[in-house]
Ligand binder design. Structure first.
Ligand code: H2U
Ligand code: ZN
Length: 346
């Protein structure tokens, strides 16, 4: 089968979902508009920003004058630690249960004008150290069985503030997507006596065409089953279930991957590239989860330029996701991008 010619469906072995790929719709040559829509350089400190050191937040608390990173309980947490335990079931179809959890915000840097793509490896490694400690601290709590670390970047993704920051939501129930990935990884482990993502990484290294860049410990690729046009994953080569298992060198190596991923994304359309990024790792429910392989997902919405985005509407809402540009074409485009940030270069 010619994957760049014929409409076909691709299987996502992590979730069991199928997506439709219609490469014939991109037969016309790449238009490649390069738009310089980036906003003017931001100030290093913004007196209005609730995440800048020393400023007051919406909840009335003051953000301290931090030097590197800063973590606080979300002033508008979606989940609360002391919600009473209760459930209801009306006729078997109207079911609920209360949910306990803790939500935190983490500032990646005191500098308002930076992003992960513009930070040094050492500073990003500090952020990773904070994620490790948060995962351990929250995960050790009785009511916390899953810790979801993520970053929303850009107004297009609903991010409320350009100050470099991310969030952590942790709760009693393993959320649907990591729960599904748990099932599929477990089934692969039982059926093949090996880890799904270890097998996947080995296969992608052999095929080569979807790998974007790599270092000694990690690879970045456009997954075969990508839904978003420039969706990527970062995966450790070694079978690592969760962040605390990374040694010091591997934390620096992960920082290096995240920085380079961010630069390539920004350079693609010469814009501060919007995305949602999240870390998937083993649940903190006390299980061993041998089958779990840590990975990062990047879900960026942009399609053709800084202003043309992919919408998940119509067929996507009613059938299943569909894409025109293939994962292989997207990987080739990202491979062509420089690792010198366009803002640093000018
Ligand atoms: P984004 O990552 O999508 O920008 O969300 C920022 C979070 O920061 C959001 O969940 C919280 C919001 O509740 N927040 C505070 O905790 N304190 C504030 O003063 C404003 C925003
Ligand atoms: Zn700020």
């Amino acid at each position: 089968m010619n994957h760049s010619e014929h409409p076909h469906r691709r299987f996502n072995p992590l979730t069991g979902e199928w997506i439709l790929v219609s490469p014939h719709r991109t037969k016309r040559p790449w238009q490649g508009q390069v738009e310089e829509t980036d906003v003017a350089a931001m100030p290093q400190y913004d007196p209005q920003c609730y995440l800048c050191p020393g400023n007051e937040r919406a909840g009335g608390e003051r953000t301290p004058k931090y030097a590197h990173t800063f973590v606080f309980d979300n002033d508008f947490s979606a989940l609360l630690p002391d919600t009473p335990v209760a459930e209801s079931n009306d006729g078997g179809l109207l079911r609920t249960h209360t949910e306990r959890g803790i939500c935190r915000v983490i500032c990646f840097s005191p500098r308002h004008d930076l992003t992960l793509a513009l930070m040094e490896n050492e500073a990003i490694a500090r952020v990773i150290d904070v994620w490790v400690r948060q995962y351990e601290e929250l995960g050790s709590l009785e009511d916390i069985n899953y810790v979801q670390i993520f970053e929303n970047r850009g107004a297009m993704m609903g991010c409320s503030n350009p100050h470099p920051h991310g969030q952590i939501w942790s709760n009693r129930t393993v959320p649907m997507l990591p729960a599904t990935e748990t099932c599929y990884q477990q089934a692969h482990f039982v059926n093949n006596d090996n880890c799904l993502l270890c097998d996947y990484v080995a296969l992608e290294i052999e095929r080569g065409e979807r790998i974007v860049f790599e270092n000694d410990s990690f690879i970045a690729l456009v997954p075969f089953w990508a839904v978003w046009p420039f969706e990527t994953m970062i995966l450790p080569r070694r079978h690592i279930r969760s962040l605390p298992e990374l040694n010091t060198d591997e934390r620096t190596a992960l920082a290096d991957m995240m920085r380079r991923m961010g630069i390539r994304f920004d350079n693609l359309f010469r814009t501060s590239f919007p995305y949602s990024m999240g870390i998937h790792q083993k649940p903190t429910d006390g299980g061993k989860h041998e089958a779990w392989h840590l990975h990062l997902h990047y879900y960026p919405p942009l399609l053709r330029s800084a202003s043309v985005r992919k919408f998940m509407v119509g067929y996507e809402m009613l059938g299943n996701p569909q894409r025109d540009i293939t994962a292989e074409q997207a990987a080739a485009r990202l491979r062509e991008c420089s690792e010198q940030h366009y803002r640093a270069a000018s």
